[in-house]
Design a protein around this ligand. Structure first.
Ligand code: VG1
Ligand code: CO
Length: 544
């Protein structure tokens, strides 16, 4: 067993986006591609020698090969111990949990999240730091800079390891511990939620369906819902992680989780439905014939936090990404909680959580979580909702949300995605908007007076770091908003995201269909950005 130093040359574009480096599998499979990126981390990080790293992924195509490679490179670079999930599996929130619980130095999580998997689809890698959260921008920028000049990497010449049995192996001077990927996570959930009450709810006939979308949450949901909480077998559907997610698109929204949507919108629908994404950090929550927007979900959970044992003494604050609706802000104002608006991407919540400024965080993109880990957490959100339902017996999901709107008002909210558009056209569209917003404040668009318009800049309240150009927002006097940004997770061309929001204070105005309620703002958003003329698209690809 010897350490080999391999000469290499840089690859273009190894720049982590919103959530790690995402590329087509074929790109990752190029000789030295993965190795270069991993070595760039080892060359950039300081102080990991002899320490513990956590490694695992969402089980997609190329996951196992990548884990084997990372193990050999970790051993060659002086890592002391690696905790790896059995079968090379760890959901994103479970990896965060394991890093924190075992005081690891950090970890590699292999996933392209909700992007499809398979030989012709997507793969991805992200690195999480000691607090269990995604590496901040200054770190990913340093790693990117390193990838541009890298000339060699180190790897241990050794056979692949058996990762299918919980056991401990030596790999050179390093220890590899294959761990149960579910155990630590399930234990944490038991500490936060009222498991006896949830068990009781199932025993009394509570009906739910959980769609794991053939992705990583399957084993977690099966163990927790059907195992520990006694839900009937079959509560979890599509519960076995597959390398290509069964050919599906593991994105828990009304479009891609259609199997679950059909179940929850049927005549004999169960009380509760939920789904999670490729790597287990997203969630969709449905009631009987009712969809809860992720923005509302954050607001409702914040308003009901004290009903959950793990948060019974109250929460310090809420944080939401800028494009997420302001529903949570209204709860924060009413309850006297801190309230933060961050750029898109979970990495911006880490400092707020570490400093105890925020407890619950959420994104409109089906991400919700708390300070129990430093990632968004699909199953956490599902269990939180179940705990609220258990603590408010007799009330349905729809009744809880409608009651919330009555009290706090309703933020109609929708996101329109234009996927895989031409990159030059997309950049041109954003430039055009940047020029246009300069004189917008004070003008009236249609019937809507503009209060402010800018390209969002975030100054981190904890470390003062500045992130500019995080999305163009047009804010109207009544609190309505239009936001535009380009995705940082796609692997084909560009994806334009348009976020539209309108606030309805009174109950009489709260029962409209969302697209109808937003119709004139949607039209305005399309006209302002000249979407059809510039991209050739008359319609969005996905509406959530
Ligand atoms: C998208 C979402 C963002 C989320 C990110 C990672 O990013 O909009 O809210 O944090 O995906 O989620 P973008 O740059 O494509 O809009 V995941 O579950 O894909 O890791
Ligand atoms: Co995800």
């Amino acid at each position: 067993m010897s350490i080999r130093t391999v000469a290499t040359t840089p690859f273009e574009g190894q720049k982590p986006g919103t959530s790690g480096l995402r590329k087509k599998v074929k790109v990752f499979q190029q000789e030295h591609y993965l190795e270069n990126f991993i070595q760039a981390w080892f060359d950039t990080l300081e102080g990991f020698k002899g320490q513990t790293l956590v490694v695992g992924g969402d089980g997609r195509y190329y996951n196992r090969q990548a884990v084997q490679c990372i193990l050999k490179m970790a051993a060659a670079n002086g890592v002391g111990r690696v905790l790896v999930g059995q079968g090379a599996i760890l959901s994103t929130p479970a990896a965060s949990c394991v890093i924190r619980k075992h005081h690891a130095f950090g970890g590699f999580i292999l996933s392209a999240s909700h992007n499809p998997g398979g030989p012709d689809e997507d793969f991805g890698i992200k690195y999480n730091i000691t607090n269990g959260g995604p590496a901040p921008e200054k770190v990913t920028e340093a790693v990117f800079a390193r990838t541009e000049i890298i000339d060699s990497y180190k790897i241990l010449e050794v056979e692949d390891q058996d990762l299918d049995h919980v056991a401990s192996h030596r790999l050179g001077d390093m220890t590899v511990e294959v761990i149960d990927p579910v155990e630590d996570y399930a234990e944490l959930m038991e500490q936060l939620f009222d498991f006896p009450a949830l068990k009781n709810m199932f025993a009394n006939g509570f009906r739910m369906s959980f769609d794991a979308m053939n992705a990583v949450t399957g084993p977690y949901a099966t163990e927790i819902l059907e195992g520990r909480l006694g839900a009937p077998r079959g509560t979890v559907i599509n519960g076995v992680p597959l390398e290509d997610f069964g050919g599906g698109h593991p994105d828990p929204n009304l479009k891609h989780a259609h199997e679950l949507v059909d179940i929850l919108f049927a005549d004999d629908a169960p009380d509760f439905g939920a789904a999670s994404d490729g790597d287990g950090d997203r969630n969709m929550v449905l009631g009987n014939n009712f969809f809860v927007t992720p923005s509302d979900s954050l607001a409702v959970l914040a308003a009901n936090a004290t009903l959950i044992p793990g948060y019974k003494d109250g929460i310090a604050g809420v944080a939401r990404s800028m494009p997420t609706s302001a529903a949570a802000d209204r709860v924060a104002a009413e309850l006297g909680l801190n309230c933060y608006e961050t750029p898109t991407g979970w990495k911006f919540f880490g400092n707020l959580l570490d400093a105890g400024k925020a407890t619950f965080c959420g994104e409109e993109s089906f991400g919700t979580s708390s300070d129990h880990v430093r990632e968004k957490d699909g199953l956490w959100a599902v269990l939180a909702w179940m705990n609220v339902l258990a603590a408010r017996p007799g009330e349905s999901v729809a009744q809880i949300v409608q009651g919330h709107w009555e009290k706090f008002g309703r933020n109609y909210y929708s996101r329109h995605d234009y996927e895989a558009i031409d990159l030059t056209a997309a950049n041109g569209l954003m430039e055009h908007l940047r020029a246009k917003i300069a004189g917008l404040a004070g003008q009236t668009l249609g019937i809507h007076p503009v209060a402010a318009a800018d390209d969002f800049t975030y100054i981190d309240p904890v470390d003062g770091s500045v992130s500019a150009q995080q999305g163009i927002r047009i804010i109207f006097e009544d609190g309505s908003r239009i936001v535009y940004r380009l995705s940082g997770t796609g692997t084909e061309g560009a994806t334009l995201r348009v976020y539209i929001e309108r606030y309805a204070a009174h109950q009489a105005d709260q029962a409209l269909d969302t697209q109808e309620a937003l119709a004139d703002l949607i039209q305005l958003a399309e006209d302002m950005a000249e979407i059809e003329a510039r991209t050739g698209r008359a319609e969005p690809t996905v509406i959530t």
